[in-house]
Write a protein that binds this ligand. Sequence first.
Ligand code: GDP
Ligand code: ZN
Length: 393
Amino acid sequence: MQTARKKMKRGYAPKPVRRRDWLPDAPEAWDEWDEMDIATQERVMPLDERERRRTLEQALFAQPGTDPVAAAAALANSGQPDESPLAAMDTAGTVLEISNGLAQVELGERVVRCTIRGALNGQRSLYTNPVTVGDQVVVYVDSTGDDEQGVIQEVLPRRTVLARPDVHASHLQQALVANADQLLIVASWREPALWPELLDRYLVAAERFRLAPVICVNKIDLAEDVAECHGLLSPYRILRYPVVLTSAVSGAGLDALGMLMESRTTVLSGLSGVGKSTLLTAIYPSLDLRTGETSERKHEGKHTTTQATFLRVDPRTAVVDTPGIRSLGLAGLRPEELAAYFPEIGDLALGCRFSDCSHRHEPGCAVQSALETGLIAPSRYHSYAKIYEEISS
Ligand code: GDP
Ligand code: ZN
């Protein structure tokens, strides 16, 4: 964690020099702070609570090119320098972990333990849990006691949500990860052997939750013939999904994978044993990744745990580890929606004779003909048909 923080500092790009002669002795912290005009306004003329919140939301979500994580961190830092250290205050940050109703929230460079304001539980929502890992939250911090404590007051609008049906109320969803950008699907070539159908299932989940998928096939050092791997993965390349072959043993592909993860929030997925922890540790040696077995044991019996941890790499890059999540994303999916999540099938479906064609045995099916002429990969079609049957029954 310590190293990660240092890295984080180094990760900051040099700031453009700005006029700030209205500040007497500008401490270092102003550097981030005066990047944002709205923060300047807030400094000179304190705004009332509602207006301040609106400004905060605008800063986080409306300004094109503003990275919400960095903006939140800048705002979280901005309140501090001339506040009394004993004062209570509101700041914005990222939820790193939730366990038994307590959230660890990253506020600038520190992590504060927070409870969740009761009123948030009463809000009408599709989700049973009002706050989840990755959420941008407004926190009221009380530093008057020995321990700094906070209360999450508000959850800012989410860009994306990865969810699953709630165990207790299956018509509702449990939000697992908020604001992630992409889903890293890790598989291994051998031990365990690559299973294209599982890859396709993860891809459906990614498409469904609007997370950009990245496919990583690890343990490529165990392949006798790398051309065979390329052949098997070519349907995905044709679909323009990023595909990277890696080996944590030889180091192959690690730079490429690192580049795909840079400046994004990536959710990790894949079977246990494919090498997720090994890969991530090789790319980010300072990350505190828990390996599958221990963390699953740790989570046993804690039914309120979200089973996800937000790991900060640098101000723009993060990895969300979800060790407890084995199956992803197909619950509640209707059969007629499935084709839309197989881009090549969804496109061809427009040419089918029947608008409600399931692409399995109907006459005049454009997908079936494409399969016969080799336009669609048999393995992809096979996954489609298997999932279709499963969700129809
Ligand atoms: P996880 O459950 O997905 O996090 O998998 P781990 O990172 O715990 O790795 C499972 C096993 O695979 C460990 O014994 C690793 O040493 C091994 N492993 C990880 N990456 C590679 C690789 O690229 N090649 C080979 N041959 N073994 C690997
Ligand atoms: Zn059809």
